[in-house]
Write a protein that binds this ligand. Structure first.
Ligand SMILES: [Zn+2]
Length: 137
């Protein structure tokens, strides 16, 4: 069942990409939504490259410049969903060790909050389980 679910997810992302290219972004969003449902139902994780393709808030299929804006900010890639405004931050460099992170200059004020938020987000992302994903449905 898992193998079939993975194939189904892959097909749905293929369809999402195709519809995005021919100018039917609402269908792409629908396919993303279905792919996530399949993943949640059969307890399979979407591939890391698939998880890059959509918004976790509203399941919008991300098309650069149309449904997502990508900016580089202090060594991180910040992708903002243009549908719901949700941000997704990913490190660009290889994950740093705790030691090297501690020796990095302490950012003042808002930067520190931003850093804390990023850290929380990273943790949440790594600990994301299929159960959590089903709760979002
Ligand atoms: Zn969104």
């Amino acid at each position: 069942m898992v193998r079939i679910a993975l194939e189904r997810v892959r097909d749905l992302f293929g369809l999402a990409e195709r519809e995005a290219l021919v100018g039917h972004p609402e269908l792409s969003d629908r396919y993303v939504h279905l792919a996530r449902q399949v993943g949640a139902r059969y307890n399979v994780r979407l591939l890391p490259e698939q998880r890059e393709l959509y918004c976790r808030g509203c399941s919008a299929y991300w098309i650069e410049g149309r449904t997502v804006r990508t900016r580089l900010r202090s060594g991180r890639r910040v992708r903002t969903c243009l549908r719901c405004g949700r941000e997704r931050r990913t490190r660009i460099r290889a994950p740093r060790t705790l030691a090297s992170r501690a020796t990095e200059g302490a950012p003042p004020g808002t930067m520190r909050e931003q850093g804390a938020e990023v850290a929380l987000f990273d943790t949440a992302e790594e600990s994301e389980s299929p159960e959590e994903e089903s709760e979002q449905e």
